[in-house]
Structure formats: structure tokens, C-alpha cells
Ligand binder design. Sequence first.
Ligand SMILES: *[C@@H]1O[C@H](CO)[C@@H](O)[C@H](O)[C@H]1NC(C)=O
Ligand SMILES: *[C@@H]1O[C@H](CO)[C@@H](O)[C@H](O)[C@H]1NC(C)=O
Ligand SMILES: *[C@@H]1O[C@H](CO)[C@@H](O)[C@H](O)[C@H]1NC(C)=O
Ligand SMILES: *[C@@H]1O[C@H](CO)[C@@H](O)[C@H](O)[C@H]1NC(C)=O
Ligand SMILES: *[C@@H]1O[C@H](CO)[C@@H](O)[C@H](O)[C@H]1NC(C)=O
Length: 335
Amino acid sequence: MHTSQVYVELDTVNKKPNKWWHHCWVKITGISIIVLIVFAVILALVLNFVVFAPKKSETSTTAATSSSTSSSSPPPLTTTPLVIPTTTQQTKWSVTGNMNDARGYHTASVLPNGKVLVTGGYENNSSYLNSAELYDPSTGIWTTTGNMTDARNLHTSSVLQNGKVLVTGGEGNSLNYLNSAELYDPSTGTWTTTGNMTNARSYHTASVLSNGKVLVTGGHIGNDVYLNSPEVYDPSTGIWTTISDMTDARAGHTASVLSNGKVLITGGVGYVFLNSAELYDPSTGTWTTTGSMINARHQHTASVLSNGKVLVTGGFHIYMGYLNSTELYQFFQTN
Ligand SMILES: *[C@@H]1O[C@H](CO)[C@@H](O)[C@H](O)[C@H]1NC(C)=O
Ligand SMILES: *[C@@H]1O[C@H](CO)[C@@H](O)[C@H](O)[C@H]1NC(C)=O
Ligand SMILES: *[C@@H]1O[C@H](CO)[C@@H](O)[C@H](O)[C@H]1NC(C)=O
Ligand SMILES: *[C@@H]1O[C@H](CO)[C@@H](O)[C@H](O)[C@H]1NC(C)=O
Ligand SMILES: *[C@@H]1O[C@H](CO)[C@@H](O)[C@H](O)[C@H]1NC(C)=O
């Protein structure tokens, strides 16, 4: 009895602090949870509006894009501005200065000083242009520079090793074909006539050889006359020299200076549509035929790749129309 009373007393004494501690622990836990929740909410708000603020707009953009792709109905027009990220705009085309003359079928050459010289061409069904303009990449402004002596269309323009620009041939204003050639001097902004070519020609090619001379090939002089007669210009004398003929007369062909110094001529239109190709060797002044292209083509392009091969693209074929096909040429040294 006594022991049990003591036990009861002890029990009640023990129970009192037990209850108290239990109560306090609940309070502390409750307060800590509330504090943690408040802290978490503040942290979430801070992260949402400060740290992840730029990313939030990005995710909303992707959400708009994905919703537009997943839903079959077209997205509302208002989401379209959201889908345009500013990074893509930097890779788009931007307007730069207008030329002083509208023109097509003109030439453009990057000069050693970084400016771009544009010459001649065709405007509004009316007349061929003798005007020339310079583009300054640092300002984006075009300024007229000296006029050429002859208005020209379907001519060529080549930057020489001395920095001057050689313009050759083309179609003139009285529908005549030009044999004249002119030199532009970037230091004075003026043109001077230089030696006439032996043949008038338009729709021809001009290539600066590794020895500094200029090879002109083929071309068209109206009345369905196509040329196989090439000539070479010597900048040190201003004189043109005819060299041995190509096998095929051609216009609208290509000429590419290969890494070995030879010049590859491809396709074009002559008395037939051509798939033939020829190589000019400046060291011997001779032509050799080389493998024919798979397709005849003219108004095509030919680009010398960094691996030395030549990529030919597109062009026009009499039966096939405009071509989507492309071909690769590789020169094999055979000795
Ligand atoms: C070219 O044609 C357009 C539209 O017909 C005309 O506005 C413009 O003045 C013409 N330019 C020249 C140089 O004739
Ligand atoms: C050029 O000529 C064609 C056909 O003759 C005509 O349809 C076109 O309007 C002309 N363009 C200009 C700018 O005069
Ligand atoms: C170029 O010729 C045109 C007429 O064809 C003339 O109006 C212009 O002033 C000339 N420009 C220069 C730089 O001589
Ligand atoms: C070039 O040929 C034209 C005629 O097409 C002639 O008027 C001019 O004098 C010739 N120029 C030279 C430098 O021989
Ligand atoms: C390329 O052109 C040919 C013939 O015109 C056509 O059959 C083919 O579908 C075209 N290829 C592509 C990838 O457009």
C-alpha cells in the first residue's frame, strides 16, 4: 500500500514533467515547422523572381512552342512573338545601305582594303550601267566611284595581285558585245582603259592565275556565236595574248583555279549543251580534256573545296530544266 502510494505519487510526479515536456516538444516542433514553411515560401519567392527570372521566360517560350506543335489547331497569334528567341535574330539578314543604282547581272569584288566594288549591270529593262560603287563594311554605306568608260552587262571583274581590278567584255548598250577592258585603281577611284581583248565576248570567265596573269575563256557574241578562243592578260604590259583554243566553244561555263595552279573549265552552252571539262596548264599554255561531268549544265557554279575537290552545283539542262544535282571533281596526278 505504502509502496503503491509512493509509486502512485512517483507516478503522478513523473507524469507531470512528462506531460510538460511533451507539450513543450510539440510547441517547439510546431514553431519550427511554421518557421521552416515561412522560410521555404520566402526562399521559393526569392528563387522564382530573382534567381530563375530569365529562365522562367525561356520555359514559357518552350511551353508555347511545344503546345503549338502538339495541338492540331494553330496557336493564337499572340504567342508568335514569344517563340522568336533573340539569339536567332542575330543570325538573320539585316538591311544595310542601298546602292545608288538598282542593278542585276553586275559584278562584285572584295578589294584588298576590305571594301566591295560593284560594277555595271542591268537596270529596269532600259540600259546597261557604266556606274560603279564602293561598299564600306565599317559604315554600311555605298558611295559612287568613278564611272567605267563602257556600260557593261554579263562582264567579268577580277582583283589583280597589284590590288587593281580588271573588268572585261560584256554586253554594251547598243546590244553590241565588248572587247574592251578597264582597270580600276582603288587608291584613286578611277578607271583607265587597258588593252582590248582580241575577241569581244560576254558570259565568259576570267581567272587570276598564280603567276598574276588573267585567263579569259569562252563567251557569247550574239547570233548564236560561241567562242573557244581563250586569251591571257599580262598586268605588267596591259597586253592580251591569244593562246591555243579550248576543245569546246562555250558560254555560261565555269573556271576554277585548282590548288596545283591548273584551271578547270566545266560545262556551259555552245553549239550543244556541254558536260565536257578541260584543264588549262599555265606552265605549258596547253589544254587537255579531263573527265566529263555526269550532267551537261550551264549557269551552274563550281567551288574549289578545302580538300582540293571541286563541287559543281545546279545549272540548266536543255531537257531536264534547272538541276538540283551536284557533282564532285577530283584531280589525280598521273606520273
Ligand atoms: C525602275 O522602275 C521602278 C518601278 O517601275 C521605278 O520606280 C524606278 O524609278 C525606275 N528606275 C529607273 C532608274 O528608271
Ligand atoms: C520589264 O519588262 C517586262 C516585260 O517586257 C515587264 O513586264 C516589266 O514590267 C518591266 N519591268 C520594269 C521595271 O520596267
Ligand atoms: C557617272 O555617269 C553618270 C551619267 O551616266 C553621271 O550622272 C554621274 O555623275 C557620273 N559619275 C561620276 C562619278 O563621274
Ligand atoms: C579598243 O577597241 C575599241 C573599239 O571596239 C576602240 O575604239 C579603242 O580605241 C580600242 N582601244 C585600244 C586601247 O586599242
Ligand atoms: C531532284 O530533281 C529530280 C528530277 O527533277 C526529282 O525527281 C527529285 O525529287 C529532286 N530531288 C530533290 C531532293 O528535290
